[in-house]
Design a protein around this ligand. Sequence first.
Ligand SMILES: Nc1ncnc2c1ncn2[C@@H]1O[C@H](COP(=O)(O)OP(=O)(O)OP(=O)(O)O)[C@@H](O)[C@H]1O
Ligand SMILES: [Mg+2]
Length: 294
Amino acid sequence: MLRLSGITKNYGERRALDGVTFDVAPGRLTGFVGGNGAGKTTTMRIILGLLAPDGGTVTLDRQELTTDDRRRFGYMPEERGLYPKMKVLDHIVYLARLHGFSRADATERATAILDRLGLGERLADNIEALSLGNQQRAQIAAALVHDPEVLILDEPFSGLDPLAVEVVAGVLQDRAAAGASVLFSSHQLDVVERLCDDLVIIAAGEVRTSGSRERLREEHATSRFELTAAKDVGWVREEPGIQVIDFDGGYALFDADDAAAAQRVLQRAVSYGEVTRFAPQQPSLAQIFKEVIR
Ligand SMILES: Nc1ncnc2c1ncn2[C@@H]1O[C@H](COP(=O)(O)OP(=O)(O)OP(=O)(O)O)[C@@H](O)[C@H]1O
Ligand SMILES: [Mg+2]
């Protein structure tokens, strides 16, 4: 378990991080979400040891992180940093060799990850000859080629087309399934929502909430319900204790004053005929985010 406890960081007079505390669990994908300037990149740099905190600790399995531990980390920085004049395959092989792999192993690993990321046809091209999104894929390959135990990715999905988002998401899920701890930041809340097991929401250098996606959803559960029935549900408009938000034939979306009111609607719907669906509407990550950073 990677654990951040009470991390504080000042840039001159400006406090960038204020007591940042959260866990990144092995075998899980943790989404790191916050507005511009919230402190995501600063936090990640501190995890990687590229920046020293003014206070607080980063531990891995309760031990303070060492340089050796960090060698088993994979990092995709916000500022992309591959050598433009180097060839794609050579570059990733070179990085794998820095991690101690033989030329043969490094080549095999680099080829496999580049292929998986859809760069199999571009191995002999210079990095600078790749489009922005393809350079991004090469950056992801660079972070992954040594099968890191802990993966820290600063906006890995920015600039990727929808198919590439799916490919990268699949790669990260596989890494987590193999036991890695994965922390990634993103402004694409729909992607984060779909992908992550755990969430950390940060604003103005403070963690506003963290925990499993399901727990956060429950905590922010709305009193909004969806009803779908075989027959017309026009009668809902006359029901006491609810406000109908949307209504169309056999479908109604409504806010209930309390659980009893919602149950009354359900019972009435059942008494009229088949109910195909009745469920509280899940709050989206975008809704949770807005509530939490207020
Ligand atoms: N090198 C620096 N010198 C001074 N202030 C900095 C420096 N780097 C970051 N900051 C400040 O620290 C705060 C957090 O910045 P950080 O880059 O960590 O945010 P972020 O969450 O990654 O934002 P974004 O979503 O825009 O990438 C901001 O107020 C920023 O202006
Ligand atoms: Mg950033």
